[in-house]
Ligand binder design. Structure first.
Ligand code: HEC
Ligand code: HEC
Length: 328
């Protein structure tokens, strides 16, 4: 009996030490910094470049849908162009994530970051302080010209002092980083220097994949790692509603041109453009409809033509809006 108690005591002690080592390991490694290159992209004061950046931020690249105080959501959705002073937050198991202030304020915004810091955040998912960014911003493959346009626009805004709480990772969030399950994402290949803006399939492909994130939401992904596990653009990705509106969850529809299973296969170009101009139908839909309603005709045509050029993929998503508490 005594030796049994001894074994128990020792096992307990060893387990305790192992847990302690794990906790220390996760807390140190989960907070590590990354040495990734600062892209050599420099902001411009050219008004056409700034205008392009503003268009991207309030339109297809929808920076505005997160880097904005949450109580301004409706005004911004309806077209009010406020400085991107940050504020959206999301509390999920890996942590509490907050979209920071992107106005040029020296203390609370990007005033003290270099152009390279901002470019690196977009292209290599690393913060100005070298810490990993969680995958909220799929802009790694954006062209040099568009990254420069965005930085130039951010710098042109009036500085707004808006002190926000910073992102806080939970133990799980740190563990995911510590064990390398989540590494900062970089571009697939060297991003283009610039892409010609035209209503072509090539430009549509660029917008749908590298700017507006149609692919990121309309493809099935592993919820823990973000890896693509379904066919691109065939939908089926489950999503919670926007943090402000509870009670609805969503599953993205198939947007490939499959005649019976694709939600827009039978739409002509005008129907597609009108749907985007009309904006949000479901309150709480994670799709940034307000920002997308400001996309230009040229850009919408390009996206339409690209999506219609894809291989039709079977697999109908019957219900894209799910009311929580409903039995079917
Ligand atoms: C889906 C929401 C979302 C969208 C859209 C979004 N961001 Fe972010 N952004 C965040 C969050 C959340 C963080 C902080 C993430 C973290 O702490 O891991 C962040 C962080 C950043 C940072 C890092 C700042 C630092 O501390 O170094 C920059 C720069 C940035 N965003 C710029 C942009 C730009 C430019 C756009 C549009 C092209 C954009 N974001 C679109 C949510 C978003
Ligand atoms: C942040 C996630 C997200 C992004 C980004 C996104 N979508 Fe969606 N999309 C959804 C969800 C969720 C729905 C279903 C709810 C709804 O209709 O709002 C949806 C619905 C749709 C519909 C069906 C609308 C209808 O009236 O039946 C189309 C078409 C569509 N998306 C196309 C696109 C295109 C094209 C892009 C890129 C320009 C895009 N989506 C980007 C999440 C997203």
């Amino acid at each position: 009996m005594k030796s049994f108690l001894n074994i128990l005591k020792w096992t307990g002690a060893v387990l305790g030490i192992l847990i302690l080592v794990l906790v220390v390991f996760v807390n140190i490694r989960g907070n590590r910094t990354y040495e990734l290159p600062l892209p050599d992209l420099v902001a411009s004061s050219d008004s056409a470049v700034i205008a392009r950046g503003k268009y991207l931020a309030f339109g297809p690249a929808h920076c505005v849908s997160c880097h904005m105080p949450m109580d301004k959501f409706t005004d911004v959705e309806n077209g009010l162009e406020l400085p991107l002073s940050g504020g959206w937050e999301l509390n999920i198991p890996p942590g509490s994530f907050r979209a920071p202030n992107l106005t040029p304020d020296m203390e609370t915004g990007i005033g003290s970051f270099s152009d390279g810091h901002i470019a690196r955040a977009l292209r290599y998912s690393v913060r100005h302080n070298g810490k990993a960014l969680f995958p909220f911003m799929p802009f790694q493959n954006m062209s040099d010209a568009d990254v420069i346009a965005l930085i130039s626009f951010l710098r042109s805004q009036p500085p707004v002092k808006n002190e926000l709480k910073t992102t806080k990772l939970s133990f799980l969030g740190k563990a995911v980083s510590a064990f390398g399950i989540l590494e900062p994402e970089g571009p697939i290949t060297t991003p283009p220097v610039s892409v010609e803006i035209d209503s072509t399939i090539a430009y549509g492909e660029y917008v749908a994949n590298a700017v507006a994130n149609c692919k990121g939401c309309h493809s099935l992904r592993d919820l823990k790692t973000g890896a693509y596990i379904g066919v691109d653009f065939a939908g089926g990705m489950p999503m919670e509603s926007d943090p402000m509106i509870k009670g609805l969850s969503f599953i993205t529809p198939n947007i490939t041109p499959h005649m019976t299973d694709g939600v827009m296969a039978k739409w002509d170009e005008a129907t597609f453009i009108n749907r985007f101009r009309a904006g949000r139908v479901y309150e709480g839909s994670p799709m940034p409809w307000g920002a997308f309603s400001r996309m230009s005709d040229i850009e919408l045509k390009a996206v339409y033509r690209y999506l219609q050029s894809l291989e039709p993929v079977p697999g109908k998503v019957d219900k894209t809006v799910v009311r929580e508490g409903a039995t079917s």
